[in-house]
Design a protein around this ligand. Structure first.
Ligand SMILES: Cc1cc2nc3c(=O)[nH]c(=O)nc-3n(C[C@H](O)[C@H](O)[C@H](O)COP(=O)(O)OP(=O)(O)OC[C@H]3O[C@@H](n4cnc5c(N)ncnc54)[C@H](O)[C@@H]3O)c2cc1C
Length: 380
């Protein structure tokens, strides 16, 4: 029995997305990989066609669709192995902060643009000395009358160049408690005192404009604080479940795509007079990987269902994030071994997927941090 109930409407949406990606996105991937940036026009085309924030209510410019439409977007983006749009990050990680915690005026001002692709978002937590230990952040936000003055810097921010709106975590320096001093703020691009670095040259996610953000006496209105002062840390924790489901499921989809490529390759490539897929050692390796992918797909679908039903599944999402990203890295490596030198050529799909999947165990909480969370839930 299927765990997730995809209807005809979901299938139609998927078909539209597949043909959109083939026509409007795939031809531009090599250019985006080379320039480390994805054109804004591509974001706008995604929005215009209903592939950003499909879950947003119509009153905010969305379509009021269920979470499975987002899952379809991550899955199809993974099949073309393109990280540039980071649609899962925008639609299902950052925009939910605005939707859940911003005041009504801010929601009406920003959410329609988030759905149309006119507003590209980023979330900025990480600092040079505050990665896993987010509470160590040093960027300050100080209230003066009806203004907030921000000073500091963030690093490794996805969509960092393209972003029009940043959900920024910063601390009130007068509050000594590491967690209680943190709040979340909305900072618009072009606000005086806010500037961006240049795109990082990094391993994998080459089309993604990851960079640093700088704040120097950057003034924003008090109304741009999300929720109450000091509520930032619990807000971040509240949204991590969905972020980790996006990351884990994306890694599982990537593993499946790499394996599908390898299966096709092994059926046609011959060695010692027969197809690679007829060699028992290759068969066993493929079977082992397929088994793992199937098991973790079932796990992912169960978590998506439970998440949609509103259950708290911190332990399970931490397990999924750790296990699925680990599996994806291992499958990338094993597929390369099985396909041999041809798959190591940049003209082949695998090198990019190999690099892209490698960092998934680092962001959205490292896998060591996932294991620490799981250990706590086990009372260890
Ligand atoms: C491609 C990419 C995109 C990113 N996008 C964003 C973004 O959009 N926004 C954003 O805010 N951040 C982003 N990040 C940053 C990312 O979230 C951090 O890299 C991550 O939180 C880990 O922090 P760190 O790299 O500073 O590693 P560190 O925290 O310095 O960790 C280094 C090592 O120590 C281990 N370690 C640390 N603490 C513990 C502990 N308590 N117990 C056991 N082991 C520990 C880690 O597991 C790791 O192996 C991105 C990173 C990458 C690579």
């Amino acid at each position: 029995m299927e765990i997730l109930k995809f209807t005809k409407a979901h299938h139609d949406y998927r078909e539209r997305l597949v043909s959109f990606l083939a026509k409007e996105v795939v031809p531009l991937i090599d250019q985006c990989e080379a320039t480390h940036i994805t054109p804004r026009s591509m974001w706008q085309a995604m929005g215009k066609n209903g592939f950003l924030c499909p879950w947003l209510e119509e009153k905010y410019g969305g379509q009021g669709l269920d979470f499975l439409y987002s899952v379809i977007v991550w899955e199809e983006m993974t099949k073309i192995h393109f990280t540039g749009l980071a649609a899962g990050l925008h639609s299902d990680v950052v925009v939910p902060y605005i939707h859940s915690f911003a005041g009504e005026a801010q929601k009406r001002a920003y959410l329609p643009g988030c759905a149309s692709g006119e507003i590209i978002t980023a979330v900025a937590m990480t600092e040079p000395c505050a990665g896993s230990d987010v509470a160590a952040m040093e960027t300050t936000a100080v209230t003066h009358g009806d203004e907030i003055v921000i000073n500091g810097s963030k690093t490794f921010i996805s969509n960092g160049i393209n972003c029009d709106l940043v959900v920024l975590a910063a601390r009130n320096p007068d509050i000594t408690d590491r967690h209680k001093g943190i709040s979340l703020y909305l900072v618009e691009d072009k606000t005086p005192g806010f500037s961006k670095g240049t795109p990082f040259e990094k391993m994998g996610w080459a089309s993604q404009d990851t960079t640093e953000l700088f704040f120097s006496d950057c003034k924003i209105p008090v109304s741009h604080r999300l929720g109450n002062e000091g509520d930032g840390f619990p807000m971040l924790m509240q949204k991590l479940q969905q972020e980790r489901i996006v990351c884990a499921t994306g890694a599982m989809f990537a593993a499946r795509t790499m394996l599908d490529h390898t299966l096709d390759f092994c059926r046609t490539r011959t060695q010692a007079g027969k197809a690679l897929s007829k060699h028992q050692s290759v068969q066993f390796a493929l079977v082992e990987m397929q088994t793992e992918v199937e098991i973790l797909k079932t796990f992912a679908h169960t978590l998506i269902r439970d998440h949609m039903e509103g259950h708290q599944i911190i332990k399970e999402t931490s397990m999924a994030k750790y296990k699925m990203t680990q599996m994806s890295k291992e499958i990338a490596s094993r597929c390369l071994d099985i396909m041999g030198s041809e798959a190591a050529l940049e003209s082949h799909d695998l090198p990019r997927m190999f690099r892209d999947t490698r960092v998934t165990s680092i962001f959205a909480g490292t896998n060591e941090i996932m294991k620490s969370i799981i250990a706590k839930t086990l009372g260890l």
